[in-house]
Design a protein around this ligand. Structure first.
Ligand code: BGC
Length: 741
């Protein structure tokens, strides 16, 4: 019923606010939804709204909604987490779930997995699918996707982001944004910006040089805004140069709304607002989650105590604040409402559809990265009759936990179930626990319902696994991190790079017991692998959501040939990472200076000549690819021109497979230090055995530019450049030089 009321409210408001009906082919009115039309309606609405009504629409009225203007038929806005599925309904004023029985959904793979597909079309499929789920659940704003750059492997929230490279995350976020918004659901790109650690996220105060800001930390947000057309963005908890980012003069006013021309709404992260003055002046449009306890305790209406509620209204009435900023905030919030809640073209949406499960499984399988595969241990060979699966993560539900991205799913296929189902009758699958990690499994009242309690000692668990390993043809250890505190979890960071719960000992013991060992890691972060040389096959499988087990089985049994590539570097040890150099601290309660500057991720490993455990862009296949020579159509270009690079890629193995062909650019003469190479394009090509394809990249001046703080601005300097093409950042197969004239 609510759905129909909301549609009706939208239509009546459209009429009140004098939109322009045009005749449609079948006689009914069609409401124009052009930019100009929306702007006229905003003007009209604003001219009719009272001060009270204006104040009401710029702050929350419940945990996840903000008020509309009922008198004018303008509906309220409903937001939801994000970014991997649509969060369960919570109580009006509390985080606890509301106990609905119709809000179970599909969990899509975590954004790290999406990034690891290096496939723009799969990002579009993800956006379309999650957008439809949001629409069906009547949400107007999806709180995601997240594109904070992976600065350190200890950040508890890396699993919700798209890796260490600004170009890759920028390319992957745009289709997601566009497809979600086709559903009349706004994305809320988060967390803008520099939100790179969790422990002290409300007080961490980041400082960094402008090159790092513009070249590394902002490009994915800029792409989401300018190419994706994001309708809202979430201000992050942390501070930048002493001012909270939700209302940071430089980041919000000068860069986001100024330089980038963002016309959407800036929404605070939940509880990210701490004062009225700066929030009024520095571009915060919609305040959410401030730590009042809502309607249940204290004042008659806790939401009226929000910084953009009574204190703001009183300030306007006393003359402390003018109304210009208020009108600007309302304008942006109304624009968001017109684009979403009052969007006359929004579809109906769908949840738990076959298509959504298929999308989750496909994205999951394509995101899995085959890190190592000596002796072709994978895929499962025809002679294998008995598989031993070891490890808590083979059975543990991973869609519950981790913070605000926690979900209530209709189903979740565990790795063990996926492997068992695919193995069928001919292959026996045996399970051993191996280690005990986190036996809990609930978040805000959503419980996994699993009993993972275990009374045996670690020694007994290892002994059981080792004995069974000796009797099996193949052993698959499934471990990694999980979604509990100090693992991959919002609000906390990891304490070390090591695998927790002494999993290293289990892996070492299994490696000694059976040479056919696969280690399959569930995590959103890099982990140390002291056993790397003793284990022939390693898979990085992320958090894959509802279809996790099926997606894993697709790769393990070779139904899908792996093609995922790492979206971030795996260091051998923490001290190899740029954010963990002598003198640097982590986590940081107050000030943190990003001393590594632009040298983040592979840029750092290249610069310092440190060999990574597994490099950015690395990922193997069950087939092999050879690269021909890179050929340029000309040897020089001017600033408005382009050069075209073509390279022939051939599948030299005996299976169909996809290769992500990566283009990096190296600036050979530059007035400022530049990374040894930077990713500037990529293409994923599917090749049959023996097939070759010419892959062509068009290189324009944008790919050659760096941010020059002296200008300030982007510039490409004349001189020599090199185009490097390869299969990973540490596996460049061919290169060609050209000059910028
Ligand atoms: C998180 C956001 C989330 C919000 C609402 C905050 O704690 O940082 O990412 O969207 O809560 O749940």
């Amino acid at each position: 019923m609510k759905k129909f009321l909301r549609v009706f409210a939208g239509i009546s408001a459209l009429c009140v606010l004098s939109c322009t009906p045009k005749p449609s082919g079948n006689g009914g009115p069609v409401y124009l939804d052009t930019h100009a039309d929306i702007e006229a309606r905003i003007d009209d609405a604003l001219s009719r709204m009272t001060l009270e009504e204006k104040i009401k629409i710029i702050h929350a009225q419940s945990k996840f909604s903000s008020a509309g203007v009922p008198r004018l038929g303008i509906p309220e806005l409903w937001t939801t987490d994000g970014p991997h599925g649509i969060r369960t309904e919570v109580l009006w004023d509390e985080w606890e779930q509301a106990g609905w029985t119709n809000d179970s959904i599909v969990a899509f793979p975590a954004l790290t997995a999406l990034a690891a597909t290096w496939d723009r079309d799969l990002s579009a499929l993800y956006g379309k699918s999650i957008g439809e789920e949001a629409r069906y659940r009547e949400k107007d704003v999806l709180l995601g996707p997240g594109v904070n750059i992976y600065r350190t492997p200890l950040n508890g929230r890396n699993f919700e982001y798209m890796g260490e490279d600004p170009y890759l995350s920028g390319q992957m976020v745009v289709p997601y944004v566009q497809q979600v918004q086709k559903n009349g659901v706004a994305v809320c790109v988060k967390h803008f910006a520099l939100n790179n650690e969790e422990t002290f996220r409300h007080t961490t105060d980041v400082d960094l040089d402008d090159r790092a800001l513009y070249e590394i930390y902002l490009p994915a947000f800029k792409a989401a805004v300018q190419q994706g057309g994001a309708w809202s963005i979430m201000g992050s908890y942390n501070l930048y140069r002493g001012q909270h980012v939700c209302y940071n003069q430089r980041l919000i006013m000068d860069i986001l709304k100024g330089e980038w021309g963002f016309d959407g709404a800036v929404i605070s992260d939940w509880g990210g607002v701490h004062e009225t003055d700066a929030a009024v002046k520095n571009g915060l449009d919609l305040e959410f989650g401030t730590w009042t306890d809502g309607l249940t305790m204290g004042a008659t209406n806790g939401y009226d105590a929000y910084f953009l509620a009574k204190p703001y209204r009183d300030g306007i009435l006393s003359g402390k604040y003018g109304t210009e900023e208020l009108d600007e905030k309302c304008r942006r919030v109304l624009r968001l409402i017109f684009r979403t809640a009052m969007n006359p073209d929004k579809p109906f949406g769908a949840i738990n559809s076959e298509a959504h499960y298929a999308a989750a499984r496909k994205i999951g399988a394509e995101g899995i990265v085959l890190l190592k595969n000596d002796n072709q241990v994978l895929p499962v060979a025809p002679g294998v009759k008995r598989i031993l699966v070891v490890g808590e993560n083979a059975v543990k539900m991973m869609t519950v936990g981790g913070g605000s991205s926690s979900l209530k799913v209709q189903h979740e296929i565990s790795p063990l179930d996926g492997i068992r189902a695919r193995a069928g009758k001919d292959i026996e699958v045996v399970y051993a626990r191996g280690y005990v990690g986190d036996t809990g499994g609930s978040y805000n009242g959503v419980s996994s319902g699993q009993d993972l309690s275990e009374s045996r000692t670690p020694e007994q668990l290892i002994a059981e696994a080792v004995e069974l390993a000796g009797q099996s043809d193949l052993v698959i250890f499934i471990g990694g991190l999980n979604k509990s505190n100090n693992q991959d979890c919002e609000g906390t960071d990891r304490r070390s790079l090591d695998l927790p719960y002494d999993q290293d000992a289990v892996i070492e013991a299994l490696a000694a017991a059976n040479p056919n060992l696969v280690v399959s890691l569930v995590s959103g972060n890099a982990v140390a692998m002291p056993w790397v040389d003793k284990v022939p096959a390693i898979l990085q499988t992320w958090y894959l959501g509802s279809e996790a087990g099926n997606a894993l089985a697709d790769v393990v049994f070779g139904d899908v040939n792996p093609s995922g590539k790492l979206p971030f570097t795996f260091p051998k040890q923490l001290t190899d990472s740029p954010a963990h150099q002598p003198g640097m601290t982590f986590p940081n309660r107050h000030k943190v200076v990003y001393e590594e500057g632009i040298f983040v991720g592979y840029r750092w490993f290249d610069e310092k000549d440190i060999e990574p455990l597994f490099a950015f862009g690395h990922g193997l296949s069950y087939t092999q690819f050879s690269y021909g020579e890179a050929k340029l159509d000309k040897s020089s270009m001017n600033e408005n021109g382009t050069v075209r690079l073509t390279v022939k890629v051939t599948n030299t193995g005996d299976r169909e497979g996809a290769e992500v062909v990566q283009l990096y650019i190296a600036d050979k003469e530059s007035s400022l230090p530049r990374p040894e190479k930077e990713l500037k394009d990529f293409q994923k090509v599917l090749l049959a055995p023996g097939q070759s394809k010419d892959v062509t990249f068009t290189i324009g001046a944008d790919a050659l530019k760096f941010y020059d703080p002296a200008l300030p601005g982007w510039k490409a300097e004349k001189g020599e450049f090199e185009a490097l093409v390869g299969s990973a950042s540490d596996d460049i197969r061919t290169r060609a030089a050209f000059t910028l004239k």
